[in-house]
Design a protein around this ligand. Structure first.
Ligand code: HEM
Length: 334
């Protein structure tokens, strides 16, 4: 893998910081709740839906802390969270321009472009957009909660050519850079058989005016957003009593759009993490989650590191029953 830039931090000259407003007074929305559970047997699915461009980027009240975490990772572990192959600079610049345009139009209270600077009122940062020494994809990543992956056509297939991934779910850029979709997804059970052909085909036909989005979900033993590897056992002992509090439901909202000028494809990943007990707070959701997990084939359980599975199933089933009993006791609402 070739890195475009050496490890470094940002020269203060270019990162002009001043308070444009009191960030404490900016009120940001609650995170959206995604619950991509399906009834019936396990099925690996493309699950692509049309994306309204207005909804491309999602900003919520975790923005300040997640952007602070990104800043720390860029400063301290840059080699792990940023990589760019030669030839990805122009398309990365296109990503940055599109993103700045989008943020200023969609969230004018929080982002403003004037002359050649961009002001982020949430973090009270101002960026020199044309003169920044940062790689354009890194600057783009420092503006949003999303992770950003650029897929470029090399010979006859799309490969991962530049990426800022601060919130990986047990994978590393080092193992994925320069690889095509099939190679990136090698560890995913069933991908080659079920998704590889439709996904490759989708990359051929996606158009700039018809972006798409999809959801992935899993369960982790730790809530960390930056989670390049699975935790090494032993962890805390999981039991059917404590599993709801100790396990975390992790959803990735992913978007795909073709960049109009370069024709390359931008893949974004927005990660949401909630306690299982919070997600399964009602009987119906607890039962649905138990049903979905109960249908996972063995190889999927292995891939997802599901040594927590039995404890989770027991907790969810008990929770569904408890909530159902409580509802029955209360009687029908009038
Ligand atoms: C049509 C597009 C895509 C589909 C349908 C798709 C589907 C999937 C699925 C089903 C998984 C398994 C997730 C799980 O069970 O937890 C996965 C994992 C993954 N996907 Fe995708 N994906 C797509 C595009 C991409 C792109 C463009 C990238 C570029 C970076 C990517 C990177 C990954 C990675 C790194 C993993 C984890 C693989 C591992 O465990 O090593 N995906 N994807």
């Amino acid at each position: 893998m070739t890195k475009a830039e050496p490890l470094r931090t940002i020269p203060a000259l270019y990162r002009i910081l001043w308070r444009v407003s009191d960030p404490g007074r900016i009120s940001l929305p609650e995170p959206l709740e995604y619950l991509p559970l399906r009834a019936g047997p396990f099925r690996l699915a493309m699950g692509l839906k049309d994306l309204r461009l207005d909804d491309w980027i999602e900003i919520d009240r975790h923005y300040p802390e997640q952007l602070a975490l990104k800043r720390r990772l860029f400063d301290e572990r840059r080699e792990e969270v940023f990589a760019a192959l030669p030839g990805s600079e122009t398309a990365s610049r296109e990503v940055l321009d599109l993103l700045i345009e989008h943020l200023c139009c969609r969230f004018p209270d929080w982002f403003e472009r004037r002359d050649r600077t961009l002001t982020n009122r949430i973090t009270a940062e101002t960026w020199a957009t044309d003169a920044s020494p940062l790689h354009p994809l890194e600057l783009a990543s420092r503006l949003v909660q999303e992770d950003l992956c650029l897929m470029q056509r090399r010979q006859d297939r799309y490969v991962l050519s530049a990426a800022c991934v601060c919130f990986p779910s047990r994978w590393t850029l080092a193992e994925k850079m320069g690889r095509p979709l099939r190679g990136i997804h090698e560890p995913v059970p069933g991908y080659e058989l079920t998704l590889a052909t439709p996904a490759d085909r989708f990359f051929e036909v996606i158009t700039p005016d018809r972006p798409a989005w999809r959801l992935n979900w899993t369960i982790h033993e730790q809530p960390d957003l930056f989670q390049p590897t699975a935790p090494v056992p032993p962890l805390e002992i999981l039991t059917p009593e404590n599993a709801g509090e100790r396990l975390w439901f992790r959803v990735e909202r992913q978007t795909l759009r073709r960049l109009p000028a370069s024709g390359d494809i931008l893949f974004t990943i927005r990660t949401y993490v909630s306690r299982v007990a919070e997600v399964a707070r009602d009987a119906k959701t607890a039962a649905q989650l138990a049903e979905s997990l109960g249908h996972w084939p063995e190889e999927v359980v292995g891939y997802k590191g599901g040594r927590w599975l039995d404890a989770a199933l027991n907790w969810l089933r008990a929770q569904a029953q408890k909530k159902q009993d409580a509802n029955a006791e209360q009687g029908p609402s009038v």
